[in-house]
Design a protein around this ligand. Structure first.
Ligand code: C2E
Ligand code: SIN
Ligand code: SIN
Ligand code: FE
Length: 389
């Protein structure tokens, strides 16, 4: 594209563009993206105010507005829905740019020719004290999805928008569109993938006569313990999702054993003790980080700190930390909630048991973290189950 930009401006635009690319590339959170896109768009052309709209459900929804001169958020604000929707037609400047797919340049809003389809909506100016002079609305165009929204910029530093502004913003809007669409796709794939992980976990629980409440309690409790152990947010998120699969291997245990109302005999116990390895077999050799964590948890959640657990009899820190955490969450849950083979324990008895197994069955640090988070853990138990005092 040929842009007729003077030297100083060209340098500034390029610098802004590089900053924008790096910044948008680093940003993984969808809500922060429109704010950044509008910020850089305004900087490139020196606009003192601007709005970004996206097409959603057949209307134009305001995502962000920024104004260096007045506080517009009491008048127009995406977060409280105030003035935040435009109908998708040619009656507004923003709407016209989307419907026509063309940039709309209004050098002076007080002199819009009467025969043009769009009008300037002076409501916002009246209520905010801002005086719109010059407006440029540039459609945000995605290479395959077409126009997905528009950038509307107000009052450039030099009074009117220059021709090169349109070209620069058109190019920038493609980058903006691709960034937003990619992150939206990434988020929706990740959400449906994580939900599938959770629902697969529920499949195993159905067989065990548990409802989804057990898994909710396990994953929330594991996350709370991880937080009090000082794990990073990412690790907390991983254990939250990965712990849903800890008993997936119970799918391979015959119902006659799994739902026996009595104690297991030696043969049945030998079968039951295979559930960690059966679960790990389902999950092994995956590239997914979440499922790798799930595999470790499934395989090692019945190991004990003192080496007397199964399947491998690992000792202390040989046991992966996630499995040590889930062990505490799982046993506490098994104790305070009822099972086919046992009735629920009173809370205090279960707490005494966990403390008593500190350094025996359980990692001492995981037990300490469990007690640091006990208020929150009991809340989770009440929310997704029943407690007996
Ligand atoms: P689960 O019911 O989810 O129990 C998980 C873990 O919580 C148990 O692992 C155990 O460490 C602890 N736990 C549960 N109930 C009690 C209890 O009454 N006292 C004590 N001290 N600890 C308890 P574990 O023992 O390796 O068992 C693994 C799974 O085997 C259990 O998962 C359950 O599905 C099954 N299971 C264990 N014992 C019996 C039983 O007597 N009858 C039947 N039908 N199933 C059993
Ligand atoms: C706005 O001021 O942000 C919307 C007004 C228009 O596009 O006409
Ligand atoms: C769900 O609660 O249905 C799944 C949510 C998730 O694991 O992200
Ligand atoms: Fe288990």
């Amino acid at each position: 594209m040929k842009l007729n930009i003077k030297g100083g401006a060209a340098k500034r635009v390029l610098e802004e563009l590089f900053d924008a690319i790096v910044d948008l590339e680093m940003e993984r959170e969808l809500p922060a993206i429109p704010e950044k896109i509008l910020f850089y768009a305004r900087k490139m052309v020196g606009a003192s105010a601007g709005s970004l709209y996206l097409l959603e459900d057949g209307t134009l929804k305001l995502k962000v507005c920024q104004n260096d001169e007045v506080d517009v958020h009491s008048v127009i604000d995406a977060s409280n829905m105030k003035g935040s929707e435009l109908s998708l037609d040619h009656t507004s400047i923003a709407g016209y740019s989307v419907v026509s797919g063309e940039a709309v340049h209004v050098p002076d809003v007080t002199r819009i020719a009467a025969d043009l389809p769009y009008k300037f909506n002076s409501e916002i100016d009246k209520n905010s004290g801002f005086i719109s002079k010059s407006i440029l609305a540039v459609p945000i165009r995605h290479p395959s999805e077409g126009v997905i929204g528009t950038l509307e910029l107000f009052n450039p530093a030099h009074g009117v928008f220059e021709n090169w502004n349109i070209g620069v913003l058109k190019s920038f809007s493609v980058l903006a569109a691709v960034t937003m669409v990619n992150i939206r796709l990434y988020d929706s794939i990740r959400d449906s993938y994580l939900e599938t992980v959770f629902r697969l976990g529920i499949v195993a629980e159905f067989k065990d006569d548990n409802t989804y409440g057990h898994l909710q309690r396990i994953r929330h409790t594991s996350k709370i313990i991880a937080r009090h152990l000082g794990c990073s947010e990412k690790e907390q998120d991983s254990i939250f999702h990965a712990s849903s699969m800890h008993d997936i291997g119970k799918i391979g245990i015959p119902d006659s054993v799994l739902n026996k109302k009595d104690e297991l005999n030696d043969d049945e116990w030998a079968i039951m003790r295979k559930h960690p390895e059966m679960g790990a077999k389902v999950l092994e050799n995956t590239k997914s980080e979440i499922l790798q964590a799930s595999e470790q948890i499934a395989r090692y959640h019945h190991e004990k700190w003192n080496g007397k657990g199964y399947p491998e009899g690992l000792v202390g820190e040989q046991i992966p930390q996630f499995a040590r955490i889930v062990a505490v969450a799982d046993v506490f849950d098994a104790l305070v909630q009822s099972r086919a083979y046992k009735s629920a324990w009173k809370v205090q008895k279960a707490l005494d048991f966990i403390q008593g197994q500190r350094g025996e069955h359980f990692d001492p640090e995981a037990v300490d973290a469990f007690f640091k988070g006990i208020e929150e853990i009991l809340e989770v138990q009440k929310k997704f189950g029943e407690l007996h005092y």
